[in-house]
Design a protein around this ligand. Sequence first.
Ligand code: SF4
Length: 259
Amino acid sequence: MGFNPFVLGEAVEKAVCVVRSGVVWRRYYRFRGGRWYGGIATADCVGCNLRCGFCWSWRYGSFTTSAGRLYPPQEVVRRLEGIASRRGYRYVRVSGGEPTLCFEHLKQVIKGLGASGFVFILETNGLVLGRDEGVVREVANLGNVVVRVSLKGATPEEFSRLTGADPEFFNYQLRALENLLNAGMRPVEEFYPAVMISFTPPQNFKALKEALARIHPDLADNIDIELVILYPHVKKLLKKTGLKPLKAVEPGRIPDFMI
Ligand code: SF4
């Protein structure tokens, strides 16, 4: 029995978002450029509805609600546009925590960036999208979004071991993919699964591929593989949570397929 991530998510939303004059502000701790996706501007938000025992952003992003400061969507747009324009990037994203918390804020950020021609990569653990088809339809209608659903483990039991949440919530991640398909988004081009496989034995990966193929065969053949990167602060968290990766990579030796 683990925690309910929707209950945690509501509490986190209350702590990291505030409405001012009808506009939703959210907490962020950093804005940066980076080499992922061939070059992407990133706003690192604060707050998540999971507690993954391997999370790279646990100190300032996902496990906290008090880091950084509040920003209105137009300021997030302005900063991301500035970074992307200066560096010649086409892609922008929100990382660090779970972007779909305080969805109204995220929607305004994506809309603002779409107006300037940027493609928004929505990296999400999928829980909110798996629960709420209305939110998924809104995402699909924005037009400038590619959704990367990052599955935390390959089976309900693995998900629970990695995130601390109850196993039943694993299926919301798969349902996110189903909802995106049903909302008319194109598999692989407009949405795709990623999975953290550092803790996944081969039989669990096989089970995941079968589950994905039942949603759409192309999803099973286009899984973005994630491996734990052993930054010192991640090693510290792994030690604390007792998770032992079967496979991992050193920070200076990240393989090309992960970038
Ligand atoms: S869902 Fe992502 S941001 Fe949230 S705790 Fe897990 S790895 Fe970290």
